[in-house]
Write a protein that binds this ligand. Structure first.
Ligand SMILES: *Cc1c(COP(=O)(O)O)cnc(C)c1O
Length: 416
């Protein structure tokens, strides 16, 4: 195996990093369709049981062309905002294929989903009351907090004792009372314990827990276990993948036993975001400067944190590849460097103290596993333009799937 992920996977197909940047500009998000489809299928078939559905949680990446492919691969979708609902409908998803998981929303926002026939999940008693007031007699799902969380950083642990999410289990009687008061129909319950677990045991525990909770409600149509399936961000060190087969079989066993007891073939759902889209995305950037400051070697690039926020926001690690003259650099001569961006903040570091092949001005840097929470968290901070997005299609040729921002985009909302 080559050390470079993009070599092993023929990531760039018939083109190359330098050609892509020449044609579409730098920095640039590049996605590989074959890898994306493979990950969609893995999640669509995760649990070998009947009546199972995987919803793509599109906050990880809501490029409309990727959404169309995900739908083709049989996924449904989760939305977290009216904007995500709007984009999903544009991508061709039907209202019954969309699940709106709301958190602290206005009546107007809730109505936006209900008016379009989209099922809403609420995660507090006050929002359940709100939904009852505006949609008496309607369907609803409730998000519970199973009391166990998981995740790679405290900011993304979304269950347990320290988060704003979900209804606590000791409030089940209140949930039932409000449902009765407004003649609502509780069609499903859901949870999401956090993002990026590489050890599935916390997830399995939470599944057992939510299935216990489900027994307290009659006639549920679905139970939704949430997302959070991790990907190996340290592939260059040989980090192993989640064992999906083992996890799927284990879940199938638990669900089958539970369904027998519950007496109904209740639909089971999951909500993966990152797992589906992280590894099919690479962020390319260009080296414009190299310098030594007090013993540190800095590689100055156009990869500011406005383009990829994860390293600054979560101290995340992304593997780095170096390309020279369009080819993966296999140089045996290495040096320890910081890869930094062009934003006016000292924290603007994409990769810290990495031993990499010697890098020169003009080289291209590839940031791996950038497909999830990459473009979707990109901004115009420092009035920088968000990059274009390109898809390497199954035949190996590139297709632009979102244009780069223009300077005019920066003043679009002003009356000048
Ligand atoms: C973010 C989110 C997901 C997806 O999380 P990943 O870690 O990307 O799989 C799923 N469900 C809910 C409710 C979320 O907020």
């Amino acid at each position: 195996m080559h050390k470079y992920f993009t070599v092993n996977t023929n990531f760039y197909g018939k083109t190359s990093p330098d050609k892509l940047i020449k044609e579409f500009g730098s920095p640039l998000y590049v996605y590989n369709e074959a890898i994306f489809r493979e990950r969609c299928r893995e999640m669509a078939n995760l649990i070998p049981i009947e009546n199972f559905k995987s919803n793509f949680s599109i906050k990880a990446n809501s490029n409309i062309e990727l959404l169309k492919i995900a739908r083709e691969e049989g996924l449904h979708a989760d939305a977290m905002s009216p904007g995500e609902i709007f984009v999903l409908l544009k991508a061709g998803f039907q209202p019954e294929e969309i699940f709106y998981i709301s958190n602290n929303v206005s009546e107007e926002e809730m109505k936006y989903a209900i008016d379009r026939g989209i099922l809403v999940s609420v995660d507090s008693l006050s929002q359940l009351e709100m939904l009852g007031r505006i949609n008496r007699g309607g369907d609803v799902a409730v998000r519970f907090n199973p009391g166990v969380g998981a995740g790679h950083h405290e900011k993304v642990v979304t269950a347990g004792k320290k988060t704003k999410f979900g209804v606590n289990l000791d409030l089940i009687d209140d949930v039932k009372r409000i449902i009765k008061k407004y003649d609502l129909k509780l069609v499903g319950i859901n949870q999401h314990i956090g993002s990026l677990f590489m050890d599935a045991s916390a997830f399995v525990e939470s599944v057992k827990y939510i299935l216990e909770v489900a027994k307290q409600f009659e006639n549920l149509e679905f139970v939704d276990f949430g997302g959070g399936f991790g990907i190996p961000y340290r592939k260059q060190e040989g980090q192993p993948r989640l064992d999906l087969k083992e996890l799927g079989n284990k879940l199938a066993e638990i669900i089958t036993a539970w369904r027998k007891e519950y007496g109904k073939n209740v639909r089971i759902k999951i909500e993966p975001g990152r797992y589906i889209v992280a590894e099919c995305g690479v962020l390319l950037g260009t080296v414009y400067a190299k310098k030594k400051n007090y013993g540190h070697t800095y590689i100055g690039t156009d990869l500011g944190f406005n383009v990829l926020m994860r390293p600054v926001m979560y101290d995340s690690h992304h593997d780095i590849e170096v390309y020279k003259n369009g080819k993966p650099s296999e140089g045996t001569e290495t040096e320890v460097v910081d890869i930094v961006g062009n934003i006016c903040e000292s924290g603007d570091i994409m990769a810290k103290e990495r031993e990499l092949p010697v890098i020169d001005e003009g080289d291209i840097i590839g940031v791996m596993d950038a497909g999830a929470y990459g473009y979707s968290m990109a901004s115009n901070y420092n009035n920088r333009l968000r990059p274009a997005e390109v898809l390497i299609q199954l035949d190996g040729t590139p297709r632009i799937i979102r244009r780069r921002d223009t300077l005019e985009d920066l003043i679009r909302n002003f009356e000048i």
